[in-house]
Design a protein around this ligand. Structure first.
Ligand code: PCA
Length: 194
C-alpha cells in the first residue's frame, strides 16, 4: 500500500457562497478511494497555513494536490509557482488581510510546482476540457497555503510531488467538467508515483 495523496479544497469566502474546490473534494471523498485523503481547509491564512504544514510534517504523504476557487477563471489553472508574498486587499474568513508581506522570512522568493503539470495539461486537453498553465496563484490564501506546503516539503526533504490547481466558479450542484478534469490529473499522478 502506497502513501496517500492528500487532496485539499477550500470553504466559502468573501462573496462566494459556493466553492467549487470544496464541492470537488467532497465528491472525491464520497468515492472512498484509498489512494486519496480528501480534506477541506478554512479560507484563513493562519489556520489553513498551520493545518497544511502539520499534515505534511506528520503524515507520510505520497503527494499533495491543493485545489482552490479562481472565480474569474474559465479553465483549469495549473499553478506553476508559489510566491513568498501575501498581497491581498480582501479579508479571509477570520477578517485578516495581508498587504505585501513575505510569508516565510529568509526563504526562496518562489517555489515551482513539483506536480507533472505538462502531463496534467495533456490529459485534461484530451478530455476536451479547457486547461491552462498559470504563472501566479495570486496573493490571497491559496498562494499562501501553496507556499507553506512547498516550503514544508523542502524543509522536511520529502521529495514528494506537491502543487496547486485553481478551478473556475460553478453553480451549486454543477461539478463537471472540473471534477472529471481533476480526477484525470489525480489518476496521472497516482500512476506516476506507484
Ligand atoms: N480561493 C482563494 C482562497 C480560497 C479559494 O478557494 C484564492 O484563490 O486565494
Amino acid at each position: 500500500m502506497h502513501h496517500r495523496i492528500l487532496v485539499t479544497g477550500f470553504d466559502c469566502f468573501g462573496e462566494h457562497g459556493h466553492n467549487t474546490s470544496q464541492a470537488i473534494v467532497e465528491a472525491l471523498a464520497a468515492r472512498n478511494d484509498p489512494r486519496f485523503s480528501c480534506r477541506v481547509l478554512p479560507t484563513s491564512f493562519q489556520r489553513a497555513g498551520a493545518l497544511i504544514e502539520s499534515w505534511i510534517e506528520t503524515e507520510q504523504l505520497g503527494a499533495v494536490v491543493m485545489l482552490g476557487l479562481a472565480a474569474k477563471a474559465g479553465a483549469l489553472r495549473l499553478e506553476r509557482f508559489a510566491q513568498n508574498r501575501d498581497s491581498s486587499a480582501s479579508a479571509d474568513n477570520d477578517g485578516e488581510s495581508r498587504a505585501e508581506a513575505p510569508i516565510v522570512q529568509a526563504a526562496p522568493k518562489a517555489y515551482a510546482s513539483t506536480l507533472p503539470l505538462e502531463r496534467f495539461a495533456a490529459a485534461v486537453r484530451s478530455l476536451g476540457t479547457p486547461v491552462e498553465l498559470s504563472l501566479s496563484a495570486g496573493g490571497f490564501v491559496c498562494n499562501h497555503v501553496y507556499y507553506r506546503a512547498r516550503h514544508a516539503v523542502e524543509l522536511g526533504n520529502l521529495r514528494i510531488p506537491c502543487g496547486f490547481l485553481h478551478v473556475p466558479a460553478t453553480r451549486p450542484g454543477q461539478l463537471e467538467p472540473w471534477l472529471g478534469a481533476v480526477t484525470e490529473c489525480l489518476g496521472v499522478l497516482a500512476a506516476a508515483i506507484e
